[in-house]
Structures are given as C-alpha cells and as structure tokens.
Design a protein. Structure first.
Length: 370
C-alpha cells in the first residue's frame, strides 16, 4: 500500500482526491491546506487534516506527497517533502526560475527521491505516436495554438491570480505559463523528439484585455540551436474554442495533435482520430517507486527547458502586457478577430506585429539558458 499526502486539498487538489480514490493499492492518509477543506469529494475515513505541510509530513510520514499549491510556493514544500523521505508529484509549473529548478534537482540528488511534474499530457499515447513520427522525418516547423475563454471570476479565484507579485514575492501566472502551459510543454517535447536541440532565444508579444498584471493573450517564437522555429499562439479571450493543437510540418507532410483530447492526424491522414491510452502520472510515479526500471514520464529533469521558457516569459524586466480592446460576449471578453490572428501566426511563424495587426506591438527578445 502506497500512502499519499496532499498539500493543497481544494481547487485542483479535488481532482487529485478523486483520482486517488480510484486507484488500487493507494491510500490518502493526510491533507494540508491553509483554508478549510471543501467537503466534496468527501475525505475517506481516517484522513488527517493539517493547516501546514510541515506538520503533515512530521505526523503522517506519507510515501508520496502531491503538491497542488500556488506555483510560487512549490520549491519550499517540495524540498521539505523530499527531505522528509517522500517522493513528490509536483503540479505544473514546477518552479519559477532556472536557479530554483537546479536547486530542486540538487535536493533530488541529495535525497535519492523522485519528482514527477504534473504535465499529464506527456503520458499520452497519441503524443508518443506523434513523437515517433517526427523522429523519422525532417521537421521544418512546429506551432501550438489554443483559444480559450476565462471570465473575471477566473482572476478572482486566488490572491495571486493575474498578479506578478504578492507580498513582495514573485508569482507565476500568464496564459502560456499557467492555464496553457501544457501547449508550451507539449510543443517543446515535440521539438526535442525532432532533434531540435535546445531553444536559444524567444521573441514574445504579450497582451491583456482587463486590468491584470499578466497576459491573457500571448505569442512566442522560439529559435532552437539547430535552426528550427517553434511558434506558440494562445489566448484566454478567444472566439471559437480551440482546445489546443500541436502542428508539425515536415518532409512527410503535416501532423496535428489535439493534446487535451488525444486526437491525432499524422501525415497522409485527412481526419484526426482519437488515440486511446494515457498513463496516469501518479500511477507512473508509484510504478517507478516499485521498480527502478520504470522511467518517470515527466521527471523534473525533462521540464528544465520549460522552466527556462517560463523564466523568460515572466522576466520582471519585461514591461506590462499591452492592453487591447475586447468585446463582452456571453459574460467573457473576446478580442475581435483573435482566432484568425492565432491561426495565421501558427501557419506562417510571423508574429502579429510583423503582420501589421492593428493592436500589436514589437516583440521583446530574450536569450534562453537552461
């Protein structure tokens, strides 16, 4: 029996509570949250409730700790859990900076424990098929595109939402590093499968539709050591919904993976098909604990490039995102014509400012050094 402690029992933590209840040989024994634990789903009998993670670690000593707290709190909690002898499932984004990432890697080496990062789409069989395909051909370009909607309540859900700092502490929020971080990670993993090497620079355009401190619409163009270009275009002020697509052009044609739904069209396939099979990251972590020959699907080491990208996209030296005009539609703010701009950017790798989009401003360039 593998015992689990959950730090951050509300919000997305409720998803983990439900998932643990579905797994055989896994038992939730303790939760920690600074707020009262919401009753749905109900905690199993005997689960101990704490207001601090250190008290939980000392009193319950779980085998695995799931950390589902605001990103700027991750490092300290993960260090404490690892040093207490637990393996960790750390929600994305794992940490705020490359220095923090290396610091946590050092604690893993010191303790001999394991850390899985919650990029669950890395466990997708559809993604694996895409990566196998791109490894066999010459890839000429990669893009990611997503168009979601979020209303004002999304930015009222937590004191750090939409903020760059809280109480003097830098926080991590923004469309590409939080709600659509999976689009960035899946496209980086696809570039890695294509043998692109490391990304060496990024050009960033950041926009907002409301009085927040971060972006809700962003465009990023990455250049890799081998010359490959990757473009990510995403918004939370979208028109028609685009769940999230990874688009790969190469010598065999175009492939498209809709990563949230595992729908995949490989070169030569006219329509996407649903590919069943996704390995749960908690199950994978438990299997890794039981047999060292079972590799982690999303180890901390695999996400270093993502952290380097995150640090560039949230660089405190970046000016605030540009305010663009939006229209109210069904209680959300929508940028007129945004989906066409997203699609054009993904298709051409030309940023909105270079395409003379009226509200666009020139990009900021940052070097990437994982």
């Amino acid at each position: 029996m593998t015992t689990v402690g959950l730090v951050g029992a509300n919000g997305h933590g409720k998803h983990h509570r439900r998932r643990i209840a579905q797994l055989d040989g896994v038992r939730l024994i303790a939760v920690a949250d600074t707020q009262p634990v919401e009753p749905d789903p109900p905690l199993p009998d005997g689960v101990r409730v704490f207001t601090g993670h250190r008290e939980m670690l000392a009193a319950a000593a779980p085998d695995v700790v799931i950390i589902c707290t605001p990103p700027h709190t991750h490092l300290a909690i993960a260090e404490d859990a690892l040093r207490a002898g637990a393996d960790v499932l750390l929600e994305k984004p794992p940490v705020r900076t490359v220095d923090e990432h290396h610091r946590l890697m050092a604690v893993l080496a010191e303790t001999g424990r394991a850390c899985q990062v919650g990029f669950q789409a890395l466990g997708s069989r559809a993604a694996g098929l895409l990566w196998d395909a791109v490894a066999r051909e010459k890839v000429t370009g990669i893009a990611a595109v997503a168009s979601w909607q979020r209303d004002d309540s999304y930015y009222a859900r937590a004191p750090w939402a939409g903020r760059r700092s809280v109480g003097g502490r830098a926080v991590v929020d923004g469309v590409l590093v939080n709600p659509l971080a999976h689009a960035v990670m899946q496209s980086l993993a696809t570039a890695a499968a294509a043998g692109a090497g490391a990304p060496v620079s990024v050009e960033i355009e950041r926009y907002r539709t409301r009085p927040i401190e971060v972006d809700d619409t962003a465009f990023a163009r990455f250049t890799f050591a081998g010359g490959l270009v990757l473009v990510v275009a995403a918004t939370l002020a979208g028109e028609d919904f685009i769940a999230g697509e990874i688009i790969v052009d190469g010598s065999a044609g175009r492939a498209v993976l809709e990563y949230p739904t595992d729908r995949l069209a490989l070169p030569g396939e006219s329509e996407p098909r649903r590919v069943e099979g996704r390995t749960d990251l908690l199950e994978n972590l438990i299997a890794h604990r039981a047999a060292a020959g079972v590799p982690l699907l999303s180890p901390l080491s695999r996400t270093l490039t993502f952290t380097a990208v995150l640090a560039a996209l949230t660089d405190p030296a970046l000016p605030p995102p540009v305010l663009v005009e939006a229209r109210e539609r069904d209680g959300v703010r929508v940028i007129p014509g945004i989906n066409a701009v997203l699609r054009a950017t993904a298709r051409t790798a030309v940023l909105p400012s270079e395409a003379a989009v009226a509200w666009a401003v020139p990009p900021h360039r940052r070097s990437l050094t994982p």
